[in-house]
Design a protein around this ligand. Structure first.
Ligand code: CMP
Length: 137
């Protein structure tokens, strides 16, 4: 059993596809262990994406992530980290396989609808960034 952190980004919340995104994860046998809809401040977004702080897109990405509401969730299941990343598709929707969330809904590499932890180490940082252990069931 593995846990990962996923975010439905502001473009996904704005398009009213929260249910559709969650359905993709649930129908693959994954379970939602925790979920909240929140609005990140610029500082919240900068802290979450601190690993990208030297990247040229850091300022724009954190502006976008704090531009509207997001849904943060802990997803669990066997191989959850890899499964969620497969269901999301490649970071750039132009490269995402047909039938993935990003291929179907994302506008571009920044407004790419969903986030998922890329490794157990990332999940170990990202899950407690939003959820105390007692809020995960
Ligand atoms: P995510 O999986 O949340 O991880 C980091 C995010 O940075 C990524 O999705 C994109 O939203 C964004 N990102 C990655 N590469 C680029 C890029 N080349 N230009 C703009 N944004 C990017």
């Amino acid at each position: 059993m593995e846990r990962t952190l996923s975010i439905i980004k502001p473009d996904g919340a704005e398009k009213n596809i929260i249910g559709k995104v969650i359905e993709r994860f649930e129908s693959a046998g994954l379970r939602i262990a925790a979920l909240r809809k929140i609005k990140l401040s610029k500082e919240d977004a900068k802290g979450f994406y601190i690993v990208h702080k030297e990247r040229p897109f850091y300022d724009s990405l954190t502006d976008f992530m704090s531009s509207g509401s997001v849904v943060v969730m802990v997803i669990e299941g066997e191989g959850a980290i890899l499964k969620v990343r497969e269901i999301m598709g490649a970071t750039n929707p132009e490269d995402a396989a047909p039938g993935t969330i990003r291929a179907d809904f994302a506008a571009n590499v920044e407004k790419n609808t969903v986030h998922g932890s890329d490794s157990p180490e990332s999940a170990g940082f990202e899950i407690p960034y939003f959820f105390p252990a007692l809020d995960i069931c």
